[in-house]
Write a protein that binds this ligand. Sequence first.
Ligand code: BG6
Length: 483
Amino acid sequence: PQVEPFDYVIFGGTGDLAMRKLLPAFYHRFLDGDVPDGCRIVGTARAQLDRAGYQARIHDALKQFVDHASYDEKRVRKFLECVFYLSLDGSRADSDWDGLSGLLEGGEDRVRVFYFATAPRLYEPACANLHEKGFVTAGSRVVLEKPIGTDLASAEEINAGVARYFDEKHIFRIDHYLGKETVQDVLALRFANPVFEAVWSGEYIQSIQITAAETVGVEARAAYYDTSGATRDMVQNHLLQVLCLCAMEAPKSLEADDVRDAKVAVLKALHPMTDESVRSDTVRAQYQKGEIAGHAVPGYLEELGHPSHTETYVALRAEVETPRWKDVSFYIRTAKRMKAKTSEIVVTFRASSSQLFPGASRPNILVIRVQPDEGLSYRLSVKDPQDDTFTLRSAEMNVGFPQQFGVRYPDSYERLLLDAVRGNPILFIRRDEVEAAWRWIGPVLDAWARDVAPMSSYVAGSWGPDEATRMLDLHGDVWHEAM
Ligand code: BG6
């Protein structure tokens, strides 16, 4: 449904996320008619910049990050008319809040979204200022970027701090993986297709791998990334959310709280990590120099220019202790500077119990390609056409969603930015989910900090360290690229 004109204030408006994702996403929504005339998008940051300067930066960002087919100079100029800028330090009471009042004038009855794309320690002070300066109206809500905190205690503190000024129903904790169409497809696949619904348990499934591999290094984000690492950056939030969708019981309905209840139940059912399991079921590593797509790239420490104990690769094995998932391994892995940019879910099925066909067949695997090349494939066994006996051979069923539907697959932020305007929380994270995820992953980070398990290394442009291959080997599994 069409939305009424809204005001959207972005804290961290000059940052990487705003330029790379948020403003291009707004531009796409504008093209679709979802940013009606009169909307105001106000970027704020500490930088001293005027409106024209900010618009010029966005103009450049759109040129760079909007796909060619959607970029239209005239439309871009029109879009920029709804963009404003204010130099503001949200954490300071004596900053230019009057300037913000001026920019939001007349918008008291509108939906007003405050989007925090800043360091999480600024969330509470900025909320306090918004509250004290009278910016919080009935239609106000906040969007909080991940990671919320760096451990359970800091997450609880941030959540409690924001809760002093906003009700839970006005707090939208964003996890852009949930906005990906193909991640939402996990629900459709599992609960709208009897064939998959029937086999979705440890009786038929041997393991589920969730991978988010990137080819980029840490680039301009080193200051943030080096304090975070792959586990806090990707696992605590995105990948555990994907695991929840894969493993949860059927929610009572598609109402936000029913889905969140089902997800949180998975987080609580994860087998707790101990020092022992950190040694056997986790691998952390840093990339060393290597080559990606024919280009030589430096190692992580060279890129940083100082020593670091931050992992750029993590792989771990988890168990969900529910009857459905008895004897099933859930593997999660994510890293920078891998061989290819790909996010996927790989479900490996157990061998057929039938003895009819002699010789080993390769297992059935279902691959949900989250991105790029959104779609799915299913590898199954068929009879080898070049053989007169019943020898089996693998064949693949493959569906590409964009090709099938003839549509562009939108970036996840396009959906999520507007869901916050509409007040639709289904793809946002509830407070207890954030905390349950930290409760589970925290012991891994603690154990690593005590060097319970070593830091490994991998060559940039590879699929990661050998230790990760061995970790799966112990359970009779292999990573997708080796299947
Ligand atoms: C972000 C992380 O949340 O997700 C980044 O902070 C990462 O480090 C990004 O690059 C990956 O997102 P996507 O959608 O490209 O897989």
